[in-house]
Design a protein around this ligand. Structure first.
Ligand SMILES: Nc1ncnc2c1ncn2[C@@H]1O[C@H](COP(=O)(O)OP(=O)(O)OP(=O)(O)O)[C@@H](O)[C@H]1O
Ligand SMILES: [Mg+2]
Length: 389
């Protein structure tokens, strides 16, 4: 599979990203230089070119639903490139109940425009005992942490192949004779609060039934307040881990020629510094780092976009094998990118970056092919969201 991303600035030749195997891509650049737009191009290509591949977009700003509309605004540009506008099928996933997250008018209008809207709910049993303690910021050596850890571990043992739900955790804690009453009460309060978040399932949700292979899956995180108990991070963490586990099992089947039963995944994370911050922990961090480092074998690709490469964990930066760097000016960001310079470049990365003048232009580094090119990124076929009001 080859992804058409634009043309070489000097000689105008078409430029592609080779995606015949899994890739890890970083799109960076300062505000308004085209990162999210470029990410949209790659999503369009994956949807069009990919076979047995599902695109899943982590959308913190709530801007990617617009891929269900044609790029009328830039019609002339699209035509100049010999392309035509196109609307793509979108499956808009909403953490929690869409009726609670969206104004009824908004929901009706989105559906009228052909967008599928579906809830995305997390299985409490997909989270580890540590994950549960992290979520409430509980120390596993203190009474509350000890009691919660014990409850989840016991439920895991009792439901070896099956799922359990918040209600089961609550019951477990209520019946815990080893925990003091105040500890139990405090823990039950937290579990009730988690129930109010409305993002946990009360019957088993198979992530590969929730995502739609024939559509662009957009997970609208904008409906959850950022920072609130790290809920956005929690969603990415639980999803990422489950997708990884399932693809690993599927890979084994594929290698034994038992057929492909679940698709490979392309995960797109816009504003990625919120999920893999440098010098700081976050709920989703370990899972994303593992995806970037070990995702190739199970067929898991990732595209991360950020204004500030210096704010992204250095493990993630150094593992990306494609960089699409739009204009960047802050010294700190240039420095952190420049560390990714390689021997096959004729100069350091910062000398290339200095040559970018315009929106939609980028330095394209492919570490596998060992190439560096200056690229004019192609226009979008579908509408780009996120323009200023
Ligand atoms: N390749 C391109 N061709 C034509 N127009 C583009 C291209 N890339 C970006 N643009 C224009 O630039 C605008 C800003 O792009 P975009 O929203 O992707 O910026 P960004 O880097 O994601 O910014 P932010 O940091 O604010 O998220 C778009 O609305 C679009 O009009
Ligand atoms: Mg953006």
């Amino acid at each position: 599979m080859k992804l058409f991303i634009g043309e070489e600035m000097e000689d105008g030749t078409d430029t592609y990203i080779d995606a015949s195997s899994a890739r890890s891509i970083l799109a960076c650049g300062k505000r308004g230089t085209g990162k999210s737009y470029t990410m949209g191009d790659i999503i369009e290509e994956i949807h069009t070119e990919g076979e047995d591949v599902v695109p899943l977009v982590i959308d913190p700003m709530g801007i990617y639903w617009t891929m269900a509309e044609e790029n009328d605004e830039q019609r002339d540009l699209v035509w100049d490139w010999g392309m035509s506008e196109e609307a793509f099928p979108v499956n808009l996933l909403v953490p929690g109940d869409p009726d609670e997250r969206f104004d009824p008018d908004v929901r009706r209008e989105l559906e009228r425009r052909g967008i599928d809207i579906n809830p995305l709910l997390l299985n409490p049993s997909d989270m580890s005992p540590d994950g549960w303690c992290d979520l409430f910021d509980l120390n596993i050596n203190k009474p509350m942490g000890i009691a919660l850890y014990r409850a989840i571990r016991e439920l895991n043992d009792e439901h070896e192949d099956g799922a359990f739900y918040l209600e089961d955790i609550i019951k477990k804690v209520e019946m815990d004779g080893d925990a003091g009453e105040r500890t139990r009460e405090a823990l039950l309060n937290r579990l009730e609060m988690a129930s109010d978040w409305g993002i946990f399932a009360d019957s088993y949700q198979d992530i590969f039934h929730t995502v739609d292979e024939d559509r662009i899956n957009v997970l609208d995180m904008s409906v959850i307040e950022p920072g609130k108990y790290g809920l956005r991070n929690l969603v990415v963490e639980v999803l990422g881990k489950e997708l990884f586990r399932r693809r690993q099992a599927a890979r084994r089947r594929e290698e034994l020629d038992l057929g492909i039963d679940i698709p490979k995944v392309w995960l797109f994370i816009d504003e990625a510094h919120n999920f893999v911050p440098s010098g700081q922990s976050s709920l989703a961090k370990d899972t994303i780092i593992r995806w970037v480092k070990e995702g190739r074998q199970p067929g898991l690709s990732i595209v991360v976009a950020s204004q500030q490469p210096s704010a992204i964990d250095s493990d993630v930066l150094s593992q990306c094998d494609v960089i699409l760097c739009h204009k960047i000016t802050t010294q700190e960001d240039i420095k952190s990118l420049n560390k990714l310079s390689q021997d096959y470049m004729s100069g350091s990365l910062k000398t290339y970056v200095r040559n970018i003048d315009n929106t939609g232009e980028a330095v394209y580094v492919d570490d596998e092919a060992e190439t560096v090119q200056m690229v004019k990124i192609r226009p979008r076929k579908s509408m780009h969201g996120g323009g200023e009001a």
